[in-house]
Design a binder for this molecule. Structure first.
Ligand code: SAM
Length: 244
């Protein structure tokens, strides 16, 4: 007889999965009895909710420290306002954390505020409301990346900074099942340029750092996206607009 409740049984299954010694159909069956895991592993939110329990161990300490060091320049003032998109269970500087996984957010101790929502939709933040935006190990999971770039541009203060970090090497097989794009660094730089950012790209320790400065509110690229994303409303607000 099994005396563990379904949630504990599901968590034990996840633990076994780390050692590749598991029966995925059996864990899938258990997931249907756990509210936050229903639909695992096919459902994206359930997948990331489950990842949250081991997340602090999935990225090594040295990598975390390097990213923290590289992002430290953003926080010039005490009242600096950073938005961490797809923050998961770990933010590298005090941030408003945004993620669709309530479990990831639950474990994140660096968030000054936690907001649940999807990165595939428009962001629930006011225009020009952040000094900087970060997205670490996230964009390879986003289908609607064009709209998201437009949204980042919209919510940044004029001249604000956006830093996107991605792995330059292939990610592990388990998370790879959720990857929806894997562009080259040059292609990402091009896309960021189209979205109105001046990009500086560096590579360190298998990490790609895209440091982006907001330079323009773009009308010439992705016209269907710029009108959908409300970039025109900035013009109406009398903000400076530069055509690219
Ligand atoms: C690989 S983890 C990175 C977490 C964190 N940035 C870090 O460096 O540890 C990807 C994160 O993106 C979130 N995510 C993936 N797709 C998302 C979406 N469509 N909307 C909101 N969050 C999403 C996941 O829940 C997860 O927390």
């Amino acid at each position: 007889m099994n005396f563990m409740d379904k949630e504990t049984q599901f968590l034990c299954g996840l633990l076994e999965l780390q050692y590749n010694a598991t029966d995925i159909p059996a864990i899938t069956k258990l997931s249907s009895s756990v509210a936050w895991a229903q639909g695992w592993p096919a459902d994206n939110r359930a997948f990331w909710n489950a990842e949250a329990f081991m997340w602090s161990k999935k990225i090594d300490k040295e990598t975390r420290q390097l990213i923290e060091k590289e992002l430290a320049f953003l926080q010039k003032r005490r009242d600096h306002k950073n938005l961490d998109l797809g923050c998961g269970a770990y933010s590298y500087l005090p941030s408003v954390g945004f993620d669709f996984s309530e479990k990831m957010l639950q474990f994140n101790e660096r968030c000054t505020k936690k907001v649940i929502g999807s990165l595939e939709e428009k962001l629930p933040f006011a225009t020009a409301s952040f000094d900087s935006v970060t997205a670490v190990f996230v964009f390879n999971y986003i289908l609607n990346y064009q709209q998201l770039f437009c949204e980042i541009n919209r919510i940044l203060q004029e001249g604000g900074k956006f830093v996107m970090i991605l792995s330059s090497t292939s990610i592990n097989e388990w998370q790879k099942q959720k990857e929806v794009n894997s562009f080259t660094a040059q292609h990402w730089s091009l896309l960021l340029g189209y979205a109105g950012f001046k990009v500086s790209l560096t590579e360190k320790e298998n990490l790609l750092f895209f440091q982006c400065q907001q330079k323009a509110y773009v009308f010439s690229c992705w016209p269907e996206c710029s009108s959908r994303c409300g970039l025109r409303s900035r013009k109406e607000q009398g903000r400076k607009i530069i055509s690219s």
